[in-house]
Design a protein around this ligand. Structure first.
Ligand SMILES: Nc1ncnc2c1ncn2[C@@H]1O[C@H](COP(=O)(O)OP(=O)(O)O)[C@@H](O)[C@H]1O
Ligand SMILES: [Mg+2]
Length: 337
C-alpha cells in the first residue's frame, strides 16, 4: 500500500461565474521513503494539490471530490480536529518563501521548541537539546548560537534550513516541499536540494517536491508526476519520463530544459501557446489547443490515464505516437540560432 495515495482529487474555487475546478482530478502516489517530483507550469494546481493534502486551503477553496489516502485511510474529509494529527505530524509542508513561514518576533530556538512541545511534548532542556540536534541535522553551523537568532538575522538559505528543521520536529513520514528553492540564489538552491535529498535518505522520509523545473527533478527524484491544467497527465520513473515520455506536453517540457553546457540563449520555448484559463470548463484534453498531434477525439469527453508500462501512466490518446525523438513541435528547441 502506498504511504500517500491521491485519487481523482478535485479542489474547487468559488467565483462570481460559479465554481471552477482548479485541481481537476489529480491522481498520484508516494511510497514510503521516496522522493517524487510534481512538475508543471505556474498556475497548473501544484500548490493547491499540496494544500489540499494538509487542508490548508485559500479562502473560497474546498475539496469537492476524490480521496487522499494516508496509510490507507481517507483524510480528505476528516474533521479539522482529527486532521490535526496528520498536519505537521505525519505530514509536514514547507513553502517557497522561508521568511513568511517564520515568526519575526521569536527566536529560532523559541519557534523550534514551541513546535517540539506541540508535536512531541518536549519541554525545557529536552526540547533545547532536540532543537540543537535538528539544527545540526540541517547543517546549520554553531547551532547553540543560532537558537538565539531572530529570523531577520538569517540569510535566505539559513532561513529555509530553519524552516526545514521546524518541519522535521514531529519526525513526519512525508515532507511536502512547495518550490522550496525558488526564492533562493542559484548556489543556495543546490545546497537546499542536496539537504532535502540527504534528509530523505537518512530519515527514510518521503518527499513530494513541487517545482516548475523538470531539470531539478531529474537530479533528485526517483519518480515524477507532470501536471497540466489541474491534472496529472503523466507519471513515471525519472528514467521512463526522460527516456520514453508519452505525453506531447512532457516532450515539450523536456525539450525546453536549458542545456547546462549549451548556448542558453539560442533556445526557443518548445511549446507554443499558453495553458488554459482554469475558470472555464475544460472538455477533452486540456492540452489539445497547444498539441500538434490533437485530433477531434482529443476534444471530447475525459481522457483516461493509460498504463503504458509498469508505474508509467499517461493521459493521452495519442501516446503510441509519442517518443522523445519524435519531432512534435516542428522545430527542435535546440535547432534555433
Ligand atoms: N486565491 C485564489 N483565488 C482564486 N483562484 C485561485 C487562487 N489560488 C489559485 N487559484 C486558481 O488555482 C489555480 C492553481 O493555482 P496553484 O495551485 O497556486 O498553481 P501552481 O502552484 O501550480 O502555480 C490557478 O491557476 C488559479 O486559477
Ligand atoms: Mg505554486
Amino acid at each position: 500500500m502506498a504511504l500517500l495515495a491521491i485519487r481523482d482529487l478535485v479542489t474547487q474555487f468559488k467565483s462570481s461565474a460559479g465554481p471552477f475546478n482548479a485541481v481537476n482530478g489529480v491522481t498520484l502516489e508516494v511510497e514510503r521513503g521516496e522522493m517524487v517530483g510534481l512538475v508543471g507550469e505556474s498556475g497548473c494546481g501544484k500548490s493547491l494539490t499540496l494544500r489540499s493534502i494538509v487542508r490548508v486551503l485559500p479562502r473560497g477553496a474546498r475539496i469537492a471530490g476524490g480521496q487522499i489516502l494516508y496509510e490507507g485511510n481517507d483524510i480528505a474529509h476528516l474533521s479539522s480536529g482529527n486532521l490535526t494529527r496528520f498536519r505537521g505530524r505525519e505530514i509536514s509542508m514547507i513553502l517557497q518563501d522561508p521568511m513568511s513561514a517564520l515568526n519575526p518576533v521569536y527566536t529560532v530556538g523559541a519557534q523550534l521548541m514551541e513546535t517540539l512541545r506541540e508535536t512531541r511534548g518536549l519541554r525545557g532542556k529536552a526540547a533545547r537539546q532536540r532543537a540543537i540536534e535538528l539544527l545540526r541535522l540541517v547543517n546549520i553551523p554553531d547551532p547553540e548560537r543560532r537558537l538565539e537568532s531572530y529570523p531577520h538575522q538569517l540569510s535566505g538559505g539559513l532561513s529555509q534550513r530553519v524552516v526545514i528543521a521546524i518541519a522535521l520536529c514531529a519526525q513526519p513520514k512525508v515532507l511536502l516541499a512547495d518550490e522550496p528553492t525558488t526564492a533562493l540564489d542559484v548556489t543556495v538552491q543546490a545546497q537546499i536540494l542536496k539537504l532535502l535529498k540527504d534528509l530523505q535518505k537518512q530519515l527514510q522520509m518521503a518527499v513530494l517536491l513541487v517545482t516548475h523545473d523538470l531539470g531539478l527533478v531529474a537530479q533528485t527524484c526517483s519518480r515524477v508526476a507532470i501536471m497540466y491544467a489541474g491534472r496529472v497527465i503523466e507519471e513515471g520513473t525519472v528514467e521512463q519520463i526522460f527516456e520514453s515520455p508519452r505525453h506531447p506536453y512532457t516532450v515539450g517540457l523536456i525539450e525546453s530544459i536549458p542545456l547546462v553546457d549549451g548556448p542558453l540563449h539560442t533556445r526557443l520555448p518548445a511549446i507554443p501557446g499558453s495553458p488554459p484559463n482554469m475558470a472555464k470548463p475544460i472538455i477533452g484534453c486540456a492540452f489539445a489547443p497547444r498539441c500538434p498531434l490533437a485530433s477531434n477525439e482529443c476534444r471530447e469527453g475525459t481522457i483516461p490515464l493509460y498504463d503504458v508500462a509498469p508505474q508509467h501512466r499517461v493521459a493521452c490518446g495519442k501516446h503510441a505516437l509519442v517518443s522523445k525523438h519524435s519531432v512534435i513541435y516542428g522545430v527542435r528547441a535546440n535547432a534555433a540560432s
